[in-house]
Design a protein. Structure first.
Length: 290
């Protein structure tokens, strides 16, 4: 009987210990996945509108730690004359810096402020490695794009592209025109030299697929990227043509996120079945539905 009690006591302690270890693992996974997202106003002081890329600016805890290693203290005059101000900020509370706790505000213009309740410390991040963490670099920084990023996206960011397509099925070649704008891309559809469609989509990249498997005339693909130029969302519109209008019957949205259980990135797919004229599409509302 005594041996049985000892056995059950050891088994109980082992189970409790395992649960405690599981709890520790979950905490560590959450810490690894900790992400700070930006809060943005509607526009810059110049009147420039805040883009989707700006709104989706975010930093991980390890990104912020790296920024702190790359940054150095600057004066208010230096910040005013050398760093751009964006309407997007990331707030971090109780950040440890030189043995003290500070409330931190990181501006997309490559600078940040620390406040301990009495004084403000301003840090600027002006090294080349800073650029990937912010929306805009220090104004006198080297403006050359990171070669790996520019090569990866060079085929997507061309100023103007033409796609030949037969919308009317009358053996007269029609054209889709894609033009790069400051806020996104403008798509135009032209039949017999007459423009029947003209709409600007606020996105980072756009693609057109004319070689489709089903009955659609083409696939319109919008891509959205983070500050590292890494695509985190794709929206696919299979586009049909009838009665001199382009329309869709469904939308496919793929979003890259972090799995809460394992901490790995994975794509989450969503299909929305609704019929719209393409000219009436509100992309932001579709994203909210996903």
């Amino acid at each position: 009987m005594k041996n049985i009690l000892i056995y059950f006591t050891i088994l109980f302690l082992f189970i409790v210990s395992c649960k405690g270890q599981d709890k520790d693992v979950k905490i560590n996974d959450n810490q690894k996945a900790e992400i700070y997202s930006a809060k943005c106003q509607n526009e810059y002081s110049t009147g420039e509108k805040v883009s989707t890329r700006n709104k989706n600016w975010s930093l991980r805890k390890k990104d912020i730690d790296e920024i702190m290693k790359l940054s150095s203290e600057i004066t208010e005059n230096e910040r005013h004359f050398s760093y751009p101000v964006t309407p997007c900020n990331i707030d971090v509370k109780n950040y440890s810096y030189k043995g003290k706790k500070y409330n931190m505000q990181i501006n997309g213009g490559s600078y940040l402020s620390l406040f301990d309740g009495q004084k403000i410390i301003i840090l600027g991040c002006d090294l080349p490695n800073c650029k990937k963490y912010f929306l805009r670099p220090k104004e006198n920084m080297n403006e050359e794009e990171d070669s790996s990023l520019s090569q990866n996206n060079s085929n997507k960011s061309t100023a103007t592209k033409n796609y030949k397509i037969d919308l009317n099925q009358n053996n007269i070649q029609d054209v889709l025109l894609v033009e790069k704008k400051d806020t996104g891309y403008t798509l135009k559809a032209q039949i017999d030299n007459q423009i029947i469609f003209n709409k600007t989509f606020e996105c980072d990249f756009i693609e057109i697929e004319t070689n489709t498997k089903n009955n659609q005339k083409f696939n319109l693909i919008l891509e959205y990227a983070d500050q590292y130029q890494k695509t985190f969302r794709k929206i696919v519109f299979p586009v049909f043509y009838k009665n001199n209008d382009l329309f869709i019957e469904k939308v496919f949205i793929a979003t890259l996120g972090t799995n809460a259980k394992i901490g790995n990135e994975e794509w989450v797919n969503k299909e929305i079945i609704e019929k719209y004229l393409l000219k009436n599409i509100d992309v932001d509302s579709l994203i909210l539905k996903s």
